[in-house]
Design a protein around this ligand. Structure first.
Ligand code: PSV
Ligand code: MN
Length: 426
């Protein structure tokens, strides 16, 4: 890991320029009555979890080009997240995917978590692949399967995920189902839905009372005719039946092109059912690109809804869990994750600039142009000095990717872990 003195040394020559830009931004925003210290405090507090499966090189069904030094064990995955968190102070938790991340030595892992000041975010079940020696196959579904034995196996797997999570202090189970059909007539829509609802109810029953179940939706892939949970409405209806501990998870890549995701966020907040996010960038579908790389304005508009909801007393939504769910096929995964976090913090900072009272006035007066310009003005403001200040105040690097490169961390990892890896990069 990086010694804090080294980060300090790295920051020193950058401080002058940073102070200059920070002072300018402070003056500019101060003139608009904004409390910059408060914005920076909120950025420092904002944390986005890193999934264990995004630390290795990803791939497509055509190939994978590993760059080496990737984590070979859960312990090494934790090391990588700890390193990211040292660099930017914004990723203090890791999400696990079972069975890839079954802890071998729970006590040692607990100690490592403590030493690296990390926590376990959520535990994700995997019923989209068959595992060795598993009696029933998920080829035709898991929680929605026509055969009880397959459903029961998938239910037990989810309960087992909760048990692994409990041992490490997690409190969230994320369920994403690949269940669906590839051809018309293959699956009875209503019956498949009901079987899923019943299976989820069995898992929900087995969950501790302080746990949350996040239900993810996805319109297509791996099934291309229908998915059992294709949209937020289906997730929402399942949550409604299950109870207060069930919440909808929005994965940005799980929408058809041009879907108004910010409106979905607004709706779910209104219903108090927005449980979590999987951030990524999308050009065509579930592309799993760097968050904010394709549609930064959309990312800002999503945060605009989140901040609006957080400031409205009428909104009773519980705390939202944030995670990056991306795949890194061409970039160094750690650099890509640092970029994503930076874009997320930037979108959040911009949303904090919006004058909500003024926006409400423009909306009430149906002043379309002023309302739109108010949002555009926030979006076009350069908030990078605020994000950098947040990194700095968290003990991180003013330029996390610069520090990562200056410290030749990838080279070190390749030396320690080797060129080839067994990593599960999706
Ligand atoms: C499915 O595309 C998904 O977004 C779900 O969150 C999975 O858990 C994750 O990718 C990794 O498989
Ligand atoms: Mn996801």
């Amino acid at each position: 890991m990086l010694a804090s003195q080294r980060l300090h040394d790295f920051n020193r020559p950058l401080q002058d320029d940073h102070q200059f830009r920070l002072t300018y931004t402070q003056d500019l925003l101060g003139r608009r009555g904004l409390d910059v210290q408060d914005i920076v405090r909120r950025l420092v507090a904002f944390q986005v979890a890193i999934p264990s499966w995004a630390l290795g090189t990803g791939g497509t069904r055509f190939g994978r080009f590993p760059l080496g030094g990737e984590p070979r064990s859960l312990e090494e995955k934790l090391e990588d997240v700890g390193l990211l968190n040292q660099l930017n102070g914004s990723s203090n938790s890791i999400s696990l995917h079972i069975p890839w991340d079954i802890p071998q030595d729970v006590a040692a892992l607990q100690q490592q978590l403590q030493e690296q000041r990390l926590t376990i975010d959520s535990v994700n079940s995997n019923t989209f692949q068959d595992q060795k020696e598993q009696p029933a196959s998920y080829k035709f579904g898991s929680l929605s399967h026509t055969e009880q034995a397959a459903r029961e196996q998938a239910i037990q797997h989810n309960i087992e995920c909760v048990r692994h999570g409990e041992a490490l202090g997690a409190k969230t189970l994320t369920v994403w189902l690949a269940d669906g059909s590839n051809f018309p007539g293959q699956q009875h829509f209503r019956h498949a839905y009901q079987r899923t609802a019943d299976s989820l109810a069995a898992i929900y029953e087995a969950m501790p009372s302080d746990w949350t179940m996040l239900i993810e939706y996805k319109p297509y892939e791996p099934n291309f005719y229908s998915m059992v949970i294709p949209d937020w409405g289906t997730s929402y209806s399942l949550c409604q039946q299950l109870g207060q501990q069930a919440q909808v998870l929005v994965d940005l890549g799980h929408h058809l092109p041009n879907t108004n995701i910010e409106q979905i966020v607004g709706r779910l907040l209104h219903f108090g059912r927005l449980g979590g996010f999987h951030f990524n960038g999308s050009m065509y579908g579930d592309d799993d690109l760097t968050t904010g790389s394709m549609k930064p304005f959309q990312l800002f508009l999503i945060f605009n809804e989140l901040v609006d909801g957080a400031r409205d007393e009428a909104v009773t939504n519980a705390a939202v869990a944030y995670m990056i769910d991306a795949s890194h096929n061409t970039k160094d995964p750690l650099e890509d994750l640092l970029q994503s976090v930076e874009n997320i913090l930037g979108a959040y900072a911009k949303a904090l600039l919006v004058d909500r009272a003024l926006l409400a006035d423009y909306q009430a007066a149906n002043d379309v142009v002023r309302a739109e310009e108010l949002l555009r003005d926030a979006f076009l403001t350069d908030v990078r000095p605020l994000v950098q200040e947040a990194y700095c105040q968290s003990g991180g690097a003013l330029d996390p990717i610069g520090a990562y490169r200056a410290e030749r961390i990838r080279e070190q990892l390749i030396r320690q872990r080797g060129k080839l890896s067994l990593s599960t990069g999706l």
